[in-house]
Design a binder for this molecule. Sequence first.
Ligand SMILES: Cc1ncc(COP(=O)(O)O)c(C=O)c1O
Length: 484
Amino acid sequence: MIGLMIPLAGRVSGGRLVSLLGQWRDQGGRQGSAALAAGIRLLMFDGQLPPGTTLPAERELAAALGVSRTLVAAAWDLLRDDGLIVSRRGSGSRTTLPAAPPHTPFPERNQPIDFATAAPAALPGVGLAVDAVRGAFALELAGHGYLGFGLDVLRERLAARFTVRGLPTTPDQILVVNGAHHGLALVLSAMTGPGDRVLVEQPTYTNALETIRAAHVTPVPVTMPEEGWDLDGMEAVLRQAAPRLAYLIVDFHNPTGRRLDAPGRERLAALLRRARTHAVVDETLVELDLDGDPLDGPPPMAAFAPNQVITVGSASKSHWGGLRLGWVRATEEVIGRLAASRRAFDLGSPVFEQLVLAELYADPEPMLRQRRAEMAHTRSVLVDAVRAHCPDWTFEVPRGGLSLWCGLPAPIGTRIAVAAQNVGVRVAPAARFSVHGGLERRLRLPFTLPPPLLVEGVRRVAGVAAGVTGSSGTLGSDGLIPVA
Ligand SMILES: Cc1ncc(COP(=O)(O)O)c(C=O)c1O
């Protein structure tokens, strides 16, 4: 992707590549150079040829494979055209990541820099997975395609990921849905009724507040303190407001980027059990541990209260939002209820995208590592840009997630968001992350854009902030910035 330096990752010999390629001549009906290119693409996608690997010379590989040098050269041409290898005279060819797609260059004034959406572009592996599943898709065409619970192989792989993360899970405990947001809407429709209350963190993910309100239930906020979570406050709300449900983001909370530690999870679980309250725990950002490996982090919240916690997860931030796929993990009984209530809304998720996601989860680690490295890089670019251009802003560098939750020197958050539109930048006013508005001393800046846009966006926002003082503004009808 733009701005990512691909380090050298060693050399693969002709002999080794031949054994990695295995039955390369049989690549889903492809022949000759196309089959060889497809085989190499798959190895890259599987992480067996990481970006930066030096490939054998054409002559060496041709001899090892027992094919003509022209065939290898033609395969190299195909991979070069896809942006998957680069070749230099004298130093051969190496694997790389395709450049950012042409629609992400520097936007003109009429194409705003989008700081309102915290969602990265797809990793190249998503496109490769699309190629890889064509054969499997052809087989699915023989069935009716209505998969109310989801594609079996995807449910198996998602269950396996939960199990690896420390929460033993069977495929029957997984419901594939159209994004975590859909998962939350389903749980609300199945488990709450008009007038019920739902405990939420404040601030919280703004679209979740919209869904909660749309379900005619009342969000009851518990304010996040300077650090961590206010578990005493949660205990009081659980006791006094008797909410039907809690909606919590304990793994890289949006927007603060915090993660609740294991003792905190233990205590929260005890509170939920005592109050007999179910919690929807939103794990959309759980794989985005930018300073470590999520497998070394605390076990999933549901491991602490298996009967109380309904987990919603998503491919949107780890892989791509355009897949529009997520999942709910709960007891089999709850999954059955959710699947039944789903029928009022839709009759299943698209099969092709589920095959793609199943492919991505066949061996998820290489791409998840790649996503974390990419976001750790853009996080440092944004941190440096804010420090350089907005020296009086404060923030903690978040361990995970996708945004900086900035503290402003004055209550000017909404005014900045309003004025930023005039300089071609979309920013989400922090008030949108709150049940009752306010939070004027805060601004969320995601680090999901390519580095040059991050730097330019911050430069423009800093200029706006310098010109804005005093009381907060309001967003007019054209200011209804959709936030994600
Ligand atoms: C905490 C959280 N939950 C849910 C979503 C939406 O997820 P999906 O695209 O899977 O519906 C987002 C997107 O920003 C998010 O940050």
